[in-house]
Design a protein around this ligand. Structure first.
Ligand code: ADP
Ligand code: MG
Length: 699
């Protein structure tokens, strides 16, 4: 590979601050910058001037088209390309792009999921420029990150509520900071998502209809070697994968995505990529792009990149870790302990806001990561459990306990700590003391939410997290703004929050059986195991009230989202079930039958040779395989019946419960019989590549 100049390449396809500063007039730049930083309205002349420069820059960099790039509720991004050309009177074309086209688009949106929103309100939707996320060039097309709304203003996408949640937390955090005398223009949350994925050889992948149609294997007996040796984690990266990662990094860097860390993960063929963190909406756009580019680059290298949460049973699935923190434009990380007593108290108050938010809105966090795919991971002893709890580490827990119990903490020279007066004892940010089993862990200056599935958009969980923390902060600001003795009341408040929300703090083994019992029975924490259990909680009064009070969602938006997410769950599993029926009827049963025929023929031929041959292998295999084909037939019929029943159920809640209680279980028992048959059948006669062939396909 030729030598690359990374700084030169970085962001070369992005209309970023460097480009804006260089190309826009001072006035236009200043006015746009104000819009970006302070969310002020952009006037039309400025929009025209920006559009003109954006177009020239894009054309110089090879673009011929532009698109409003948005994130409908399908979970993947959408784009509709328009070329810049416009006819000129002399028969030629001009390349045109106006401020109006930059600011607003009208895609034909009728086939995006809207959960009835568009029917009730307006038939069409429009896209609106998000100037806080830079435009970029992809496939000769200028992509303009946009929000997607109906004409009556209802959000039809994931970006709109995310931006609203960022505004909510900005507003409430600034109220708090004012009380501490901390000056800043704005407060923003930032995110660094660690992304896991699998790579399999394209040729092998193409032979598996289940992977092609559903993203995961629906059948497959365990290979003799899986991940039990732990030899893959951080292991030497294979040359073909190294080439892939290098190519991927370069593509991401050109798009201004700060791809930073890459390594092998626990399972064979599993890897991870982590970027340097950025502002939440930018990180969300970047993560969507990253997932798209990962797949595209894999194809170039003759591989398929699997982003499904559980492509292989019995082998670790893929997740995404959402590293989240909150900071000011002046560079203060509010989740980082400060140097003065005041800064420490401020840190503790923000810490409390997160603790309370996670406890009060466990269900929202859980449902924000709920999908049919992720249900296979959470609680399967490889990913955090479906129960949400927080890990703080020994030292911070010690400090909080000291405050809660009015006891001296070792570091504080035997005086009882008074917030706002005493300094926090310094505690190490050593991250060796990490609890990998916790769904929500404090890691020194940020929280790491680990329940996300690898294919989840990070928008959903950050909407909930931002909104829930905004709500804690609102409550604190309401109390403290009225306070006549700030230090006293602050101390009391922090003590109360730590006391009231003890149950959400848990540093032990989140994978253990004991924890489930303790969490649910003693602590009253929620254990929402599946999407069907979690999603309806979106419509609980306490959740709707909070999300609506902070103007993150309207009532209609919440109802439509709940419906869309459940529909997604039901459709996903239904496609899986149909794929199973197809594979069993067209391939597995005929293949086993073919093998049985060979065995039977062999047996009778052998017996003709001599009556002394026992044919033990042939006979016992025939007996068991023929029993199995009977079971397979019964199960596939049961599955067909279940699919038919599902069609007739009256509403989406009933359908999702049926998927959870019947369809998935029927699929599981069918799979078990087929997998057993695989172990008894000659590989030559088996119709699809085995787990071993899939997991060790990239060399
Ligand atoms: P690990 O695998 O040990 O959890 P990584 O280095 O792979 O750690 O990922 C940590 C992620 O956290 C990176 O994406 C990093 O940019 C991000 N991060 C670090 N500081 C912050 C912060 N203040 N806010 C948000 N994310 C952060
Ligand atoms: Mg991590």
């Amino acid at each position: 590979m030729e030598k690359t100049n990374v700084p030169e390449m970085f962001g070369s396809l992005v209309f970023d601050d460097r480009v804006m500063r260089a190309r826009l007039s001072d006035d236009v730049y200043a006015s746009l910058k104000k819009t970006i930083d302070e969310n002020t309205r952009l006037d039309e002349h400025v929009a025209d001037a920006v559009a003109e420069e954006m177009k020239s820059w894009a054309i110089e960099n090879g673009a011929t088209h532009f698109t409003h790039w948005f994130q409908p509720l399908t979970g993947v991004t959408a784009e509709k390309h328009d070329s810049f050309i416009s006819p000129s009177p002399d028969g030629g074309v001009l390349m045109e792009f106006s401020g109006k086209e930059l600011i607003k688009g009208e895609p034909d949106a009728s086939s995006f999921p809207s959960g009835g929103l568009r029917a009730t309100f307006e038939a069409r939707g429009y896209t609106a420029w998000d100037p806080t996320s830079y435009a970029f060039i992809k496939d000769h097309t200028l992509c303009i990150p946009t929000a997607f709304c109906s004409y009556s203003g209802e959000a039809l996408d994931k970006k709109t509520p995310l931006l609203r949640s960022m505004q909510a937390i900005n507003k409430q955090a600034k109220r708090i900071l004012k009380l501490f005398g901390t000056d800043c223009k704005y407060v923003r949350t930032s995110v660094g998502p660690e992304q896991e994925y699998f790579l399999v050889d394209k040729e092998v992948f193409n032979k598996r209809p289940d992977l092609k149609y559903t993203g995961r294997t629906l059948f497959g007996a365990m290979p003799p070697k899986g991940q039990e040796m732990d030899d893959h984690y951080f292991g030497v990266i294979k040359p073909r994968v190294t080439e892939y990662m290098e190519d991927l990094n370069q593509e991401l860097w050109k798009l201004g995505i700060l791809a930073k860390t890459e390594h092998n993960e626990v399972a064979p063929a599993q890897h991870e990529l982590a970027p340097i963190y950025s502002t939440t909406n930018v990180a969300t756009d970047s993560n969507q792009l990253t997932m798209e580019i990962m797949k595209k680059v894999a194809a170039r290298h003759g591989m398929e990149c699997l982003l499904h949460e559980k492509p292989f049973a019995g082998v670790n699935g893929s997740g995404k870790h959402n590293n989240w923190s909150i900071g000011t434009d002046t560079g203060i990380n509010l989740l980082s302990p400060g140097k003065t007593p005041y800064e420490n108290a401020q840190f503790l108050l923000f810490l409390c806001a997160v603790i309370q938010a996670v406890d009060d809105y466990q269900d929202l966090l859980r449902l924000s990561v709920a999908t049919a795919g992720n249900d296979h991971r959470l609680g399967a002893n490889e990913a955090p459990p479906a129960i949400i709890s927080i890990f703080l580490g020994d030292e911070l827990t010690g400090i909080l306990n000291a405050i809660r119990n009015d006891e001296p903490y070792e570091g504080t020279e035997k005086v009882v700590m008074k917030l706002g007066v005493h300094s926090l004892p310094s505690f190490s940010r050593d991250t060796t003391d990490r609890n990998r089993t916790s769904p929500f862990a404090f890691t020194g200056n940020k929280f790491e939410f680990r329940s996300l599935g690898s294919s989840n958009s990070i928008a959903c969980c950050n909407i909930m997290l931002n909104a829930a923390v905004a709500e804690s902060l609102r409550q604190y600001a309401d109390i403290l703004e009225k306070s006549e003795n700030f230090e006293e009341d602050l101390h009391t408040l922090i003590k109360k929050v730590i006391t009231d929300h003890q149950r959400i703090l848990f540093d032990g083994n989140g994978y253990g059986e004991d924890w489930i019992v303790e969490a649910t029975e003693k602590r009253g924490l929620l254990n929402l195991k599946t999407t069907a259990d979690a999603m309806p909680r979106l419509l609980d009064k306490k959740n709707m009230d909070m999300l609506m009070a902070h103007k993150v969602f309207t009532e209609a938006e919440l109802q439509s989202r709940c419906e869309i997410m459940l529909e997604n769950y039901v459709k996903t599993v239904n496609i899986e079930a149909l794929t199973m029926v197809d594979m069993v009827r067209k391939n597995y049963l005929p293949a086993i039958e073919g093998y049985l025929f060979k065995l039977a023929q062999t047996t009778s031929l052998m017996r003709q040779v001599s009556d002394k041959v026992k044919c033990n292998y042939e006979v016992s295999t025939i007996e068991r395989l023929s029993e199995l084909t009977d079971h397979i037939l019964e199960s596939v019929k049961a599955l067909e019946d279940a699919i038919a029943t599902l069609k007739d159920l009256p509403d989406i809640f009933k359908s999702s419960e049926f998927v959870r209680d019947t369809l998935l279980l029927t699929m599981e028992s069918l799979r078990a019989y087929v997998d057993e048959a695989e172990m008894l059948t000659s590989q030559k006669d088996w119709p699809f590549p085995s787990y071993g062939q899939l997991l060790f396909s990239v060399n």
